[in-house]
Design a protein around this ligand. Structure first.
Ligand code: NAD
Ligand code: LMR
Length: 338
């Protein structure tokens, strides 16, 4: 056992796959809400990621079991479970990336905004702990309503004097994952080759997939594009209804969350040209936060990309989403400051 751990400790500095001696940096990832529907498969997927050396699993309950379970997997990272607020500081200390899937999910008939009353407070208190214990971490917020929880975290960080707009992300990757899947089905192209930017926010009409920029290109009819757009916007509701009261997307979200965290880690490690859409502080429109393509680097956001050329249908979609997105952002800012 001691030989095994000596080898695995060293393995972060040895050549990987026989290539030159490029070191893989030590990286700690903390998941807040790790025992939940998203948290558990997300913990699993991050345990499989060789860029992670330390995996910190925090929840108000249930993490000792999840951590014991996941820790038996023979991959690089050390896994530690933390349970209850008194252990939150330890869970966060030294984290490079903090992922937050803590909070209640929707049931049929609810909007994401209906989760605000409970989740806003959860995100506010977790953000306060991050400001204290992991002020330099990249923070990936999954908890809904993302259009409000990201501005809440920003306000908490501002008050604590730790806000850096380059380090705060709303995770909109599931919208991208869905847009790619649905587009590949209609365009009859290999899904692994598909790229579709999704911009705006993460709720209903604020989710704006830009199918006019999708690659590989396909000449889809307008009514097909409109149906694809609607299905992407309603993807979350599709899952909520299919689960019929047992929550919302967890498995596809865990995939999307692990994918985005991996992009953040690659950026931190200096991998060039890591570009993913995310809901970030933005000058792309008049709104203070907006999802668009972002280049990830050693400091988090290196560049926020503009929207590129839009079809008339997308231009209209952009105008239609602004009022709702603005009021969700303002609601978050107001809550954080009251
Ligand atoms: P869940 O109820 O299964 O799990 C939530 C977990 O959060 C639970 O384990 C709970 O104990 C924990 N938790 C609650 N308060 C906490 C606190 N103060 N600190 C730490 N942990 C706490 O829910 P889920 O299905 O995993 O969904 C979680 C959230 O993610 C929901 O708000 C949901 O709407 C959102 N979500 C977002 C996306 C997205 O695309 N951004 C996708 C799916 C779900
Ligand atoms: C999703 O898009 O699946 C999540 O935001 C969960 C939800 O409530 O739809």
């Amino acid at each position: 056992r001691s030989l095994h751990s000596a080898v695995s400790r060293r393995s972060s500095h040895v050549a990987r796959r026989g290539y030159a001696t490029e070191p893989v940096p030590e990286r700690k990832v903390a998941i807040l809400g790790a025992a939940g529907g998203i948290g558990q498969p997300l913990s699993l997927l991050l345990k499989l990621n060789p860029l992670v050396s330390s995996l910190s699993l925090y929840d108000i309950g249930g993490t000792p079991g999840v951590a014991a379970d996941v820790s038996h997997i023979n991959t690089r990272s050390e896994v530690v479970g933390y349970q209850g607020e008194e252990q939150l500081g330890k869970a966060l200390e030294g984290a490079d990336v903090v992922i937050i899937p803590a909070g209640v999910p929707r049931k049929p008939g609810m909007t994401r905004d209906d989760l605000f009353n409970i989740n806003a407070g959860i995100v506010k208190s977790l953000a306060a702990a991050i400001a204290k214990y992991a002020p330099h971490a990249l923070v990936n917020i999954i908890s809904n309503p993302v259009n409000s929880t990201v501005p809440i975290a920003a306000e908490v960080f501002k008050k604590a004097g730790t806000y850096d707009e380059k380090r705060l992300f709303g995770v909109t990757t599931l919208d991208v994952v869905r847009a790619k899947t649905f587009y590949a089905g209609k365009a009859k192209v290999p899904v692994a080759e598909v790229n579709v930017p999704v911009v705006g926010g993460h709720a209903g009409i604020t989710i704006l997939p830009l199918f006019s920029q999708a690659t590989p290109q396909a000449n889809l009819d307008d009514d097909v594009i409109q149906a694809l757009t609607k299905r992407t916007q309603d993807g979350g509701t599709e899952v909520v209804e299919a689960k019929a009261g047992k929550g919302s997307a967890t498995l596809s979200m865990a995939y999307a969350g692990a994918y985005f965290a991996d992009a953040c880690l690659k950026g931190l490690n200096g991998v060039p040209d890591v570009v993913e859409p995310s809901f970030v502080q933005s000058n792309v429109t008049e709104l203070p936060f907006f999802a668009s393509k972002v280049r990830l680097g050693k400091n988090g956001v290196e560049e926020v990309f503009g929207l590129g050329a839009l079809s008339d249908y997308e231009k209209q979609g952009l105008e239609n989403l602004k009022a709702e997105l603005e009021s969700s952002i303002e609601k978050g800012i107001k809550f954080a400051n009251q």
